[in-house]
Ligand binder design. Structure first.
Ligand code: FE
Length: 340
């Protein structure tokens, strides 16, 4: 009898040991951002907290569809996307839940957060104006000026299906109103040097090849041309100038790499720990600088490569959440003016 009891006790004790091993702290991240250098950041998080990070990478829309399909059984704890517009889709799909964290809300300025804490910005990317220094004497100084007839046949910008452009137009809707935004979009279409094609790097290559005089691109694609040997760009990168737009007005349009808590997070405490870690100084510095992005948290430094484009006034008056709120209207305007 005693032996049986002891045996049961031993069995019970080892069961506890097994289950606590199986429940070792972990957090599952669905991420549309995939840079090898992020590994070191997640390793640092594990070192500090003992929480293992499992990453599943994919395109944002695929990850959101996967979250939807998995529903309540989804293993996802955290979602990371590289555009606030994508977070709008996640919100619409109902796959997010509000995080509850004073740490995050105190660190990240309110215009870079969802009003109900469904997501927040981890790093910022600017969409700005580039130009050929020899051919363009008087580059556009504002986004609005891109529609000026003075620049007819000179502008390269990618297609309207691109979420970066959707967010840019959404911000113009917010700042100038829908009617003015539509006129603007029409003006830009009229000024295009060619039908939209390729990604942001291709717009910059167009400056080098001479097809375009003025191009719109996210700032880090240009900086990559200094960091590494980008075909069709790096060799002649010194011929390209840049403009921080709207510097005497609302400031430059910045989008976000954003993080959120997944609706059915099975590890909400660990998820919160990771979200808070991402707003800390160490993570802010590394997460932003390794892609030449700007930190979301004020006061965090830049490395020399990221600082190359100098000081600028960011648009802090147009909430990032309006990019998602105006996304549909932006698409309607793009269709109406035939922006391919
Ligand atoms: Fe990008």
């Amino acid at each position: 009898m005693l032996t049986t009891l002891t045996a049961r006790l031993i069995a019970a004790t080892s069961l506890i040991a097994i289950s606590s091993a199986a429940m070792a702290a972990e957090v599952n991240v669905y991420s549309s951002r995939h840079y090898d250098s992020d590994d070191a950041l997640y390793e640092e998080f594990t070192k500090q907290t003992g929480i293992t990070v499992n990453r599943i990478e994919g395109k944002a829309d695929e990850l959101i569809a996967r979250l939807e399909a998995e529903g309540d059984n989804s293993p996802a704890d955290v979602l990371i996307t590289v555009d606030a517009g994508r977070m709008a889709r996640a919100e619409e799909a109902g796959v997010l839940q509000a995080y509850d964290s004073d740490v995050v809300d105190n660190a990240v300025p309110s215009h870079l957060r969802h009003p109900d804490d469904l997501w927040f910005g981890v790093s910022q990317r600017a969409r700005i104006i580039f130009y050929d220094k020899e051919r363009v004497e008087n580059p556009p100084r504002t986004y609005e000026a891109l529609a000026d007839p003075e620049y007819k046949g000179q502008i390269c910008i990618r297609s309207s299906s691109n979420v970066y452009n959707q967010s840019l137009l959404a911000s113009i809707i917010e700042a100038d109103g829908a009617d003015a935004a539509k006129e603007w979009a029409q003006g830009v279409v009229d000024n295009m040097a060619r039908a939209p094609q390729g990604g942001d790097t291709d717009q910059l290559r167009g400056l080098v090849s001479g097809e375009c005089d003025i191009a719109v691109a996210n700032h880090y694609y240009f900086l990559r041309g200094f960091d590494s040997d980008v075909e069709g760009l790096s060799a002649k990168i010194d011929s390209i100038g840049w403009v921080w737009p709207n510097q005497s007005g609302r400031g430059a349009h910045l989008n976000l790499t954003a993080a959120a808590m997944a609706k059915s997070s099975p590890n909400p405490e660990e998820a919160l720990a990771l979200l808070e870690f991402l707003t800390g100084e160490y993570a802010q510095y590394h997460f932003a600088n390794q892609n030449n992005e700007y930190p979301a948290v004020p006061g965090v430094g830049l490395d020399a490569d990221t600082a190359r484009l100098g000081f600028f006034v960011p648009d802090t008056s147009t909430p990032t959440a309006s990019f998602s709120a105006n996304a549909k209207q932006a698409q309607e305007i793009f269709n109406a003016v035939n922006w391919q």
